[in-house]
Design a protein around this ligand. Structure first.
Ligand code: AMP
Ligand code: GLY
Length: 423
Protein backbone atom coordinates (compact mmCIF):
# COMPACT_ATOMS: atom_id res chain seq x y z
CA UNK A 1 0.00 0.00 0.00
CA UNK A 2 0.97 3.64 -0.33
CA UNK A 3 1.65 5.35 2.98
CA UNK A 4 2.02 8.99 4.03
CA UNK A 5 3.90 10.15 7.14
CA UNK A 6 3.23 13.71 8.34
CA UNK A 7 6.17 15.57 9.87
CA UNK A 8 9.79 16.47 9.21
CA UNK A 9 11.97 15.48 12.16
CA UNK A 10 14.08 12.62 13.44
CA UNK A 11 10.91 10.87 14.57
CA UNK A 12 9.53 10.88 11.04
CA UNK A 13 12.78 9.76 9.45
CA UNK A 14 12.91 6.86 11.91
CA UNK A 15 9.30 5.88 11.15
CA UNK A 16 10.05 6.12 7.43
CA UNK A 17 13.17 3.94 7.83
CA UNK A 18 11.12 1.32 9.69
CA UNK A 19 8.12 1.39 7.34
CA UNK A 20 10.45 1.14 4.37
CA UNK A 21 11.27 -2.39 5.61
CA UNK A 22 7.63 -3.50 5.48
CA UNK A 23 6.53 -6.13 2.98
CA UNK A 24 3.17 -4.32 2.76
CA UNK A 25 4.63 -1.06 1.48
CA UNK A 26 4.38 0.01 -2.12
CA UNK A 27 5.24 3.71 -2.10
CA UNK A 28 6.20 5.89 0.84
CA UNK A 29 5.55 9.64 1.08
CA UNK A 30 6.56 12.10 3.78
CA UNK A 31 5.13 15.60 4.15
CA UNK A 32 7.10 17.77 4.35
CA UNK A 33 10.02 15.48 5.30
CA UNK A 34 13.74 16.27 5.39
CA UNK A 35 16.91 15.28 3.52
CA UNK A 36 16.90 11.89 5.23
CA UNK A 37 13.35 11.00 4.22
CA UNK A 38 14.12 12.22 0.69
CA UNK A 39 16.66 9.38 0.39
CA UNK A 40 14.08 6.67 1.08
CA UNK A 41 10.71 8.23 0.26
CA UNK A 42 9.06 10.96 -1.78
CA UNK A 43 8.83 14.24 0.10
CA UNK A 44 5.71 16.32 -0.51
CA UNK A 45 6.30 20.01 0.26
CA UNK A 46 3.15 20.78 2.24
CA UNK A 47 2.56 21.81 5.84
CA UNK A 48 1.28 19.33 8.42
CA UNK A 49 -1.64 21.63 9.27
CA UNK A 50 -2.75 22.26 5.70
CA UNK A 51 -5.53 19.67 5.68
CA UNK A 52 -6.78 20.56 2.21
CA UNK A 53 -3.32 20.11 0.70
CA UNK A 54 -3.00 16.83 2.61
CA UNK A 55 -6.30 15.67 1.15
CA UNK A 56 -5.15 16.49 -2.38
CA UNK A 57 -1.85 14.68 -1.84
CA UNK A 58 -3.64 11.63 -0.43
CA UNK A 59 -6.02 11.38 -3.38
CA UNK A 60 -3.38 12.13 -5.99
CA UNK A 61 -0.95 9.53 -4.67
CA UNK A 62 -3.57 6.91 -3.76
CA UNK A 63 -2.45 6.92 -0.12
CA UNK A 64 -4.04 4.16 1.96
CA UNK A 65 -2.66 4.96 5.42
CA UNK A 66 -1.58 8.16 7.16
CA UNK A 67 0.75 8.27 10.16
CA UNK A 68 0.82 11.54 12.05
CA UNK A 69 4.16 12.42 13.67
CA UNK A 70 3.72 15.72 15.55
CA UNK A 71 0.97 16.86 17.92
CA UNK A 72 -0.24 20.03 16.15
CA UNK A 73 -2.27 18.41 13.37
CA UNK A 74 -3.79 15.99 15.90
CA UNK A 75 -4.79 18.77 18.27
CA UNK A 76 -6.14 20.65 15.22
CA UNK A 77 -8.25 17.63 14.27
CA UNK A 78 -6.59 16.03 11.24
CA UNK A 79 -8.04 12.64 12.14
CA UNK A 80 -11.56 14.12 12.45
CA UNK A 81 -11.05 15.87 9.10
CA UNK A 82 -10.46 12.47 7.48
CA UNK A 83 -13.46 10.87 9.21
CA UNK A 84 -15.73 13.71 8.11
CA UNK A 85 -14.70 13.59 4.46
CA UNK A 86 -16.45 11.06 2.22
CA UNK A 87 -13.29 10.54 0.11
CA UNK A 88 -11.00 10.05 3.10
CA UNK A 89 -13.11 8.43 5.81
CA UNK A 90 -11.94 4.84 5.15
CA UNK A 91 -8.23 5.69 5.19
CA UNK A 92 -6.73 4.72 8.55
CA UNK A 93 -5.06 7.59 10.39
CA UNK A 94 -2.58 6.71 13.12
CA UNK A 95 -3.04 9.37 15.77
CA UNK A 96 -6.04 10.21 17.98
CA UNK A 97 -9.02 12.37 17.12
CA UNK A 98 -9.13 15.93 18.38
CA UNK A 99 -11.11 15.19 21.56
CA UNK A 100 -8.49 12.74 22.88
CA UNK A 101 -5.62 14.85 21.54
CA UNK A 102 -6.73 17.41 24.12
CA UNK A 103 -4.75 15.26 26.58
CA UNK A 104 -1.73 17.02 25.13
CA UNK A 105 -3.49 20.20 23.98
CA UNK A 106 -4.68 21.14 27.46
CA UNK A 107 -2.78 20.41 30.67
CA UNK A 108 -5.92 21.13 32.70
CA UNK A 109 -7.90 18.57 30.68
CA UNK A 110 -5.11 16.02 31.22
CA UNK A 111 -5.04 16.66 34.99
CA UNK A 112 -8.83 16.33 35.20
CA UNK A 113 -8.60 13.06 33.26
CA UNK A 114 -5.97 11.70 35.67
CA UNK A 115 -7.97 12.72 38.74
CA UNK A 116 -11.18 11.22 37.32
CA UNK A 117 -9.51 7.89 36.70
CA UNK A 118 -7.33 7.79 39.83
CA UNK A 119 -4.09 7.94 37.88
CA UNK A 120 -1.27 9.08 40.17
CA UNK A 121 -0.07 12.62 39.43
CA UNK A 122 1.04 15.77 41.26
CA UNK A 123 -1.62 17.74 43.15
CA UNK A 124 -2.70 20.81 41.23
CA UNK A 125 -5.14 23.66 40.77
CA UNK A 126 -5.78 25.74 37.69
CA UNK A 127 -6.28 29.47 37.38
CA UNK A 128 -7.34 32.15 34.90
CA UNK A 129 -7.17 35.96 35.01
CA UNK A 130 -10.51 35.85 36.85
CA UNK A 131 -8.97 34.21 39.93
CA UNK A 132 -5.37 35.42 39.92
CA UNK A 133 -5.54 36.24 43.64
CA UNK A 134 -6.49 32.65 44.43
CA UNK A 135 -3.49 31.58 42.36
CA UNK A 136 -1.25 33.72 44.57
CA UNK A 137 -2.80 32.15 47.67
CA UNK A 138 -2.27 28.66 46.24
CA UNK A 139 1.40 29.49 45.63
CA UNK A 140 1.68 30.80 49.22
CA UNK A 141 0.46 27.44 50.47
CA UNK A 142 2.98 25.44 48.39
CA UNK A 143 6.66 24.87 49.07
CA UNK A 144 9.37 25.82 46.57
CA UNK A 145 10.12 25.00 43.82
CA UNK A 146 6.92 26.16 42.12
CA UNK A 147 5.69 24.50 38.92
CA UNK A 148 3.65 26.69 36.55
CA UNK A 149 2.28 25.25 33.33
CA UNK A 150 0.61 27.08 30.48
CA UNK A 151 -2.52 25.06 29.76
CA UNK A 152 -2.17 25.01 25.96
CA UNK A 153 0.52 24.05 23.47
CA UNK A 154 3.56 26.31 23.83
CA UNK A 155 6.19 24.51 21.74
CA UNK A 156 7.64 22.81 24.81
CA UNK A 157 8.35 26.14 26.52
CA UNK A 158 5.20 26.50 28.62
CA UNK A 159 6.45 24.93 31.87
CA UNK A 160 8.27 27.12 34.40
CA UNK A 161 9.94 25.78 37.52
CA UNK A 162 10.86 28.57 39.92
CA UNK A 163 12.57 28.61 43.28
CA UNK A 164 11.45 32.05 44.40
CA UNK A 165 7.87 32.68 45.54
CA UNK A 166 7.77 36.30 44.33
CA UNK A 167 9.17 35.26 40.95
CA UNK A 168 6.52 32.55 40.73
CA UNK A 169 3.81 35.14 41.41
CA UNK A 170 5.26 37.53 38.83
CA UNK A 171 5.38 34.76 36.23
CA UNK A 172 1.82 33.67 37.01
CA UNK A 173 0.72 37.25 36.45
CA UNK A 174 2.72 37.47 33.19
CA UNK A 175 1.15 34.26 31.95
CA UNK A 176 -2.44 35.15 32.87
CA UNK A 177 -2.54 38.92 32.36
CA UNK A 178 0.20 39.62 29.80
CA UNK A 179 -0.30 36.48 27.65
CA UNK A 180 3.32 35.40 28.16
CA UNK A 181 2.63 32.27 26.08
CA UNK A 182 -0.19 33.84 24.06
CA UNK A 183 -3.53 32.15 24.35
CA UNK A 184 -1.80 28.98 25.66
CA UNK A 185 -1.38 30.65 29.06
CA UNK A 186 -4.94 32.00 29.41
CA UNK A 187 -5.26 29.15 31.89
CA UNK A 188 -2.34 28.11 34.09
CA UNK A 189 -1.97 24.85 36.00
CA UNK A 190 0.04 25.17 39.21
CA UNK A 191 1.22 21.90 40.64
CA UNK A 192 3.20 20.40 43.43
CA UNK A 193 6.87 19.84 42.56
CA UNK A 194 7.86 16.18 42.29
CA UNK A 195 11.43 15.19 43.00
CA UNK A 196 12.62 12.07 41.21
CA UNK A 197 13.99 10.58 38.03
CA UNK A 198 11.98 10.78 34.81
CA UNK A 199 11.20 8.17 32.19
CA UNK A 200 8.65 7.72 29.46
CA UNK A 201 6.46 4.81 28.52
CA UNK A 202 4.94 4.50 25.07
CA UNK A 203 1.66 2.74 24.50
CA UNK A 204 -0.01 2.00 21.18
CA UNK A 205 -3.78 1.58 21.33
CA UNK A 206 -6.58 0.94 18.87
CA UNK A 207 -9.16 2.16 21.37
CA UNK A 208 -9.90 -1.38 22.57
CA UNK A 209 -6.64 -3.21 23.03
CA UNK A 210 -3.14 -1.85 23.55
CA UNK A 211 0.52 -2.76 23.43
CA UNK A 212 3.12 -1.39 25.82
CA UNK A 213 6.12 -0.35 23.74
CA UNK A 214 9.65 0.06 25.11
CA UNK A 215 10.44 2.60 27.83
CA UNK A 216 12.80 5.47 27.08
CA UNK A 217 14.53 8.29 28.85
CA UNK A 218 15.42 11.51 27.12
CA UNK A 219 17.84 14.27 28.08
CA UNK A 220 16.13 17.63 27.65
CA UNK A 221 18.71 20.16 28.82
CA UNK A 222 21.34 21.58 26.49
CA UNK A 223 24.16 21.35 29.02
CA UNK A 224 26.05 18.45 30.50
CA UNK A 225 24.87 17.31 33.91
CA UNK A 226 21.33 18.39 32.92
CA UNK A 227 22.08 22.10 33.07
CA UNK A 228 21.08 25.08 30.95
CA UNK A 229 18.05 25.65 28.77
CA UNK A 230 15.48 23.06 27.76
CA UNK A 231 15.68 21.64 24.25
CA UNK A 232 13.49 19.25 22.29
CA UNK A 233 15.79 16.47 23.51
CA UNK A 234 19.55 15.87 23.23
CA UNK A 235 19.63 12.09 23.44
CA UNK A 236 17.71 9.05 24.58
CA UNK A 237 18.15 5.53 25.92
CA UNK A 238 15.81 2.52 25.69
CA UNK A 239 15.06 0.51 27.76
CA UNK A 240 15.47 2.55 30.94
CA UNK A 241 17.73 0.46 33.22
CA UNK A 242 15.91 1.32 36.46
CA UNK A 243 12.49 0.37 35.05
CA UNK A 244 12.68 -3.22 36.31
CA UNK A 245 9.80 -5.68 36.25
CA UNK A 246 8.42 -4.65 39.62
CA UNK A 247 8.35 -0.98 38.64
CA UNK A 248 6.92 -1.75 35.18
CA UNK A 249 4.14 -3.76 36.81
CA UNK A 250 3.23 -0.70 38.87
CA UNK A 251 3.21 1.48 35.76
CA UNK A 252 1.07 -1.02 33.94
CA UNK A 253 -1.48 -1.46 36.71
CA UNK A 254 -1.67 2.12 38.01
CA UNK A 255 -1.15 4.09 34.82
CA UNK A 256 -1.43 2.21 31.52
CA UNK A 257 -4.61 0.23 32.24
CA UNK A 258 -6.54 3.13 33.83
CA UNK A 259 -5.45 5.40 30.96
CA UNK A 260 -6.73 3.07 28.23
CA UNK A 261 -9.87 2.26 30.23
CA UNK A 262 -10.37 5.96 31.02
CA UNK A 263 -10.33 6.83 27.32
CA UNK A 264 -13.09 4.28 26.74
CA UNK A 265 -15.18 5.41 29.73
CA UNK A 266 -14.90 9.04 28.64
CA UNK A 267 -15.84 8.09 25.08
CA UNK A 268 -12.58 9.42 23.64
CA UNK A 269 -11.78 7.35 20.52
CA UNK A 270 -8.05 6.76 20.28
CA UNK A 271 -6.06 5.03 17.57
CA UNK A 272 -2.46 5.91 18.02
CA UNK A 273 0.48 6.36 20.34
CA UNK A 274 0.20 7.54 23.93
CA UNK A 275 3.42 8.96 25.31
CA UNK A 276 3.25 8.87 29.09
CA UNK A 277 5.82 11.09 30.80
CA UNK A 278 6.48 9.66 34.26
CA UNK A 279 8.55 10.48 37.28
CA UNK A 280 9.69 7.90 39.81
CA UNK A 281 9.22 9.20 43.34
CA UNK A 282 10.09 6.77 46.18
CA UNK A 283 9.73 3.83 43.82
CA UNK A 284 6.25 4.89 42.69
CA UNK A 285 5.35 6.16 39.21
CA UNK A 286 3.51 9.48 38.88
CA UNK A 287 2.35 10.95 35.58
CA UNK A 288 3.91 14.28 34.60
CA UNK A 289 2.19 14.58 31.25
CA UNK A 290 0.54 12.86 28.34
CA UNK A 291 1.57 13.40 24.75
CA UNK A 292 -0.59 12.03 21.97
CA UNK A 293 2.28 11.01 19.68
CA UNK A 294 5.71 9.48 19.83
CA UNK A 295 8.53 11.51 21.37
CA UNK A 296 11.52 12.87 19.52
CA UNK A 297 14.31 11.67 20.05
CA UNK A 298 12.64 8.78 21.94
CA UNK A 299 11.36 7.38 18.62
CA UNK A 300 14.95 7.02 17.44
CA UNK A 301 15.50 4.41 20.18
CA UNK A 302 12.00 2.95 20.63
CA UNK A 303 11.06 2.18 17.01
CA UNK A 304 14.34 0.43 16.06
CA UNK A 305 13.68 -1.98 18.97
CA UNK A 306 10.33 -3.09 17.50
CA UNK A 307 10.90 -6.24 15.46
CA UNK A 308 7.41 -6.52 13.94
CA UNK A 309 6.40 -5.25 10.54
CA UNK A 310 5.17 -1.83 11.66
CA UNK A 311 2.65 -1.53 8.84
CA UNK A 312 0.99 -4.76 9.99
CA UNK A 313 0.84 -3.32 13.49
CA UNK A 314 -0.70 -0.08 12.19
CA UNK A 315 -3.22 -2.03 10.10
CA UNK A 316 -4.25 -3.79 13.30
CA UNK A 317 -4.69 -0.38 14.96
CA UNK A 318 -6.94 0.66 12.08
CA UNK A 319 -9.01 -2.54 12.28
CA UNK A 320 -9.06 -2.64 16.07
CA UNK A 321 -7.35 -6.04 16.13
CA UNK A 322 -4.22 -4.94 17.96
CA UNK A 323 -4.77 -7.60 20.63
CA UNK A 324 -4.01 -10.24 17.99
CA UNK A 325 -0.54 -8.85 17.35
CA UNK A 326 2.39 -10.57 19.03
CA UNK A 327 4.74 -7.68 19.68
CA UNK A 328 8.41 -8.67 19.43
CA UNK A 329 11.03 -6.39 20.93
CA UNK A 330 14.79 -6.37 20.51
CA UNK A 331 16.25 -7.07 23.95
CA UNK A 332 19.34 -5.00 23.30
CA UNK A 333 19.66 -1.40 24.45
CA UNK A 334 19.40 1.40 21.92
CA UNK A 335 20.84 4.86 22.48
CA UNK A 336 20.72 7.99 20.38
CA UNK A 337 22.79 11.16 20.52
CA UNK A 338 21.33 14.30 18.98
CA UNK A 339 23.77 16.56 17.20
CA UNK A 340 22.61 20.17 17.19
CA UNK A 341 23.48 23.52 15.61
CA UNK A 342 25.83 25.72 17.65
CA UNK A 343 23.76 28.21 19.65
CA UNK A 344 20.64 26.01 19.86
CA UNK A 345 18.21 26.25 21.70
CA UNK A 346 18.79 29.97 21.25
CA UNK A 347 19.66 31.60 17.90
CA UNK A 348 21.64 29.43 15.48
CA UNK A 349 22.61 29.46 11.80
CA UNK A 350 21.25 27.14 9.13
CA UNK A 351 22.56 25.99 5.76
CA UNK A 352 25.78 24.33 6.99
CA UNK A 353 26.90 21.44 4.83
CA UNK A 354 26.73 18.05 6.59
CA UNK A 355 29.26 15.36 5.73
CA UNK A 356 30.20 11.95 7.04
CA UNK A 357 26.77 10.63 7.94
CA UNK A 358 27.03 7.94 5.26
CA UNK A 359 30.23 6.63 6.85
CA UNK A 360 28.56 5.32 10.05
CA UNK A 361 29.59 1.81 11.01
CA UNK A 362 27.06 -0.09 13.08
CA UNK A 363 25.05 3.08 13.82
CA UNK A 364 22.02 4.67 12.16
CA UNK A 365 21.97 8.37 11.26
CA UNK A 366 18.43 9.72 11.51
CA UNK A 367 17.99 13.18 10.03
CA UNK A 368 16.09 15.80 12.05
CA UNK A 369 16.72 19.39 10.87
CA UNK A 370 18.24 18.77 7.44
CA UNK A 371 17.38 19.77 3.90
CA UNK A 372 18.87 19.66 0.42
CA UNK A 373 20.31 22.85 -1.08
CA UNK A 374 22.21 22.83 -4.40
CA UNK A 375 22.48 19.05 -4.23
CA UNK A 376 24.09 19.21 -0.81
CA UNK A 377 22.66 18.06 2.51
CA UNK A 378 22.67 21.05 4.87
CA UNK A 379 21.45 21.91 8.35
CA UNK A 380 17.92 23.27 8.55
CA UNK A 381 17.08 23.31 12.27
CA UNK A 382 18.39 23.30 15.82
CA UNK A 383 18.40 19.55 16.15
CA UNK A 384 20.21 18.23 13.09
CA UNK A 385 20.87 14.49 13.20
CA UNK A 386 20.41 11.69 15.74
CA UNK A 387 22.96 8.87 15.83
CA UNK A 388 21.39 5.63 17.10
CA UNK A 389 23.29 2.47 18.08
CA UNK A 390 22.56 -0.86 19.75
CA UNK A 391 24.55 -2.56 22.47
CA UNK A 392 24.26 -5.21 25.14
CA UNK A 393 23.84 -2.32 27.60
CA UNK A 394 23.58 1.44 27.29
CA UNK A 395 27.30 1.97 27.77
CA UNK A 396 28.21 -0.24 24.84
CA UNK A 397 25.55 1.37 22.66
CA UNK A 398 26.66 4.89 23.61
CA UNK A 399 30.26 4.09 22.79
CA UNK A 400 29.30 3.22 19.21
CA UNK A 401 27.24 6.38 18.79
CA UNK A 402 30.06 8.56 20.11
CA UNK A 403 32.63 6.82 17.89
CA UNK A 404 30.47 7.38 14.83
CA UNK A 405 29.78 11.02 15.67
CA UNK A 406 33.52 11.58 15.18
CA UNK A 407 32.88 10.98 11.47
CA UNK A 408 30.07 13.51 11.25
CA UNK A 409 30.83 17.14 10.43
CA UNK A 410 29.03 20.43 10.12
CA UNK A 411 30.13 23.89 11.15
CA UNK A 412 29.47 24.58 14.87
CA UNK A 413 28.14 21.06 15.55
CA UNK A 414 27.37 20.49 19.23
CA UNK A 415 26.19 17.47 21.22
CA UNK A 416 26.10 16.25 24.80
CA UNK A 417 28.93 13.95 25.76
CA UNK A 418 27.30 12.71 28.96
CA UNK A 419 24.07 11.01 27.89
CA UNK A 420 23.24 8.37 30.52
CA UNK A 421 25.31 10.15 33.20
CA UNK A 422 22.54 9.81 35.79
CA UNK A 423 21.87 6.09 35.40
P1 AMP B 1 5.83 18.88 30.75
O1 AMP B 1 5.78 19.79 29.54
O2 AMP B 1 4.57 18.79 31.52
O3 AMP B 1 6.45 17.56 30.42
O4 AMP B 1 6.92 19.52 31.70
C1 AMP B 1 8.23 19.74 31.24
C2 AMP B 1 9.22 19.27 32.26
O5 AMP B 1 9.03 19.97 33.49
C3 AMP B 1 9.09 17.80 32.64
O6 AMP B 1 9.73 16.96 31.74
C4 AMP B 1 9.69 17.78 34.00
O7 AMP B 1 11.11 17.75 33.92
C5 AMP B 1 9.30 19.10 34.56
N1 AMP B 1 8.09 18.99 35.41
C6 AMP B 1 6.83 19.08 35.01
N2 AMP B 1 5.97 18.93 36.03
C7 AMP B 1 6.73 18.74 37.13
C8 AMP B 1 6.44 18.52 38.50
N3 AMP B 1 5.19 18.49 38.98
N4 AMP B 1 7.47 18.33 39.34
C9 AMP B 1 8.75 18.36 38.88
N5 AMP B 1 9.09 18.58 37.61
C10 AMP B 1 8.10 18.77 36.73
N1 GLY C 1 11.44 14.45 23.67
C1 GLY C 1 10.27 15.00 24.19
C2 GLY C 1 9.16 15.15 23.25
O1 GLY C 1 9.13 14.63 22.16
O2 GLY C 1 8.21 15.81 23.64
Amino acid sequence: MNILILGSGGREHTLAWKIKQSSKLKELFVAPGNAGTAEIATNIPIGVNDFEAIKNAVLENKIEMVIVGPEDPLVNGVHDYFLNDSDLKDIPVIGPQKAAATLEGSKEFAKEFMYRHNIPTAKYESFTSANLEEGFAFLDALKAPYVLKADGLAAGKGVLILNDLQEAKDELKAMLLDSKFGNASATVVIEEFLDGIELSVFVLTDGEGYKVLPTAKDYKRIGEGDTGLNTGGMGAISPVPFANKEFMDKIHERVVVPTVEGLKKDNLPYKGFIFIGLIKVNNDPLVIEYNVRLGDPETEVVVPRIKNDLVEVFQAVGNQTLNNIDLQLDKRTATTIMTVSGGYPEAYEKGKEITGYNAMEDSLAFHAGTTIENNKVVTNGGRVMAITSFGKDYKEALKKSYQNIEKLHFDKMNYRKDIGFDL
